[in-house]
Design a protein around this ligand. Structure first.
Ligand code: MTE
Ligand code: MO
Length: 306
């Protein structure tokens, strides 16, 4: 069922049957993995809509979302993650949230899922390579997790780190990137209400190839900012090093906001191929999220801070 945004709905009065059922499926999906302690979710409250944030564009078929991936820890070809990520053990799993905060904490993934109100957000995802998808994520705002550890005034940036486990993430045996994969955001980007921690897609538990058990989703930035299979989130004072920037600093900046006016040194960013379509479409500034995020960059030269 296609879930469409209805701008007149608020978080509190959503009783849409389809969403209700999908929430149930999501719970069943999680329970199907043999996980205990999901009492809070078992009440099957409907997934909340996020007013205005979900696109009404047609979601990319689930088969494409889960078979055409970038996840270099499992290989560099688009089909490699779907083929190889099954061997990643996603339980037990903890996420350490630390750094410039009063209450650093190690969260168990199931407790984290239970403690947060899950929402469906249908977002565009634009890869820096020039293709895009529309993905119905299930997750919660990163700002809620950051608030839980009580950041101090020294928290100016947020650094994210993926698991390092070459026995399962066999791509880590090759030096294609400096492992572990790392990403970062400025604190105002991290606490922006669009910025999501995803734990599911299409109403179900997140498939391993899409970054299980939890990944970042920053829809106005190129896809590589949306780091997968996170084990650590640190509040830091200085801009942290990031994997793609370390690998090719002139090609991949720290900001990496989707910008059709700033080309990659080796290709144009003016257009993109939406997976499933034949004709290329125009790429939108901030991937179409400018009305909500352009203010974050007021006065910045976005060619310089690419
Ligand atoms: N840890 C990690 N995270 C990652 C990547 C990766 O190789 N490793 N690839 C990134 C890139 S380039 C993209 S486009 C998105 C793809 O997400 P998807 O496969 O769920 O569509 O994940 C991003 N997150
Ligand atoms: Mo990407």
């Amino acid at each position: 069922m296609l879930i469409r945004h209805r701008p007149d709905l608020t978080d509190n009065d959503v009783t849409d049957r389809g969403l209700y059922l999908r929430r149930r499926e999501f719970i069943t999906g999680v329970a199907g993995l043999g996980l205990a302690g999901l009492g809070g979710m078992a009440s099957a409250a409907p997934l909340a809509f996020s007013k205005g944030f979900s696109t009404t564009e047609k979601p990319t078929p689930k088969d494409d979302v889960t078979s055409y991936n970038n996840f270099y820890e499992f290989g560099v070809d688009k089909g490699d993650p779907a083929e190889n990520a099954g061997r990643l053990k996603t339980r037990p799993w903890t996420v350490r949230v630390d750094g410039a905060c009063e209450a650093p904490k190690t969260f168990d993934i199931d407790a984290l899922i239970k403690a947060n109100k899950l929402e469906e957000r249908i977002y565009r995802l634009r890869c820096v390579e020039g293709w895009s998808m529309v993905i119905p994520w299930v997750g919660f705002p990163l700002k809620d997790l950051i608030a839980a550890v009580k950041p101090t005034s020294k928290a100016k940036f947020v650094a994210f780190e993926t698991l390092m486990r070459p026995s399962e993430m066999t791509g880590q045996k090759w030096d294609v990137l400096q492992w572990p994969y790392r990403e970062g955001l400025r604190i105002d980007e991290a606490v922006h209400p669009l910025t999501l921690i995803a734990v599911g897609l299409y109403g179900e538990t997140l498939p391993n190839q899409n970054g299980a058990p939890l990944r970042l989703v920053v829809p106005w930035k190129y896809g590589f900012k949306s780091i997968k299979s996170i084990i650590r989130i640190s509040l830091v004072e200085r801009q942290p090093p990031t994997a793609w920037n370390l690998s090719a600093p002139r090609e991949y900046g720290f900001y990496s906001n989707v910008n059709p006016a700033v080309d990659h040194p080796r290709w144009s960013q003016a257009t993109e191929r939406r997976i499933g379509e034949f004709r290329r479409r125009d790429t939108l500034a901030f991937n179409g999220y400018g009305e909500w995020v352009a203010d974050l960059y007021r006065g910045m030269d976005l060619k310089k801070f690419y």
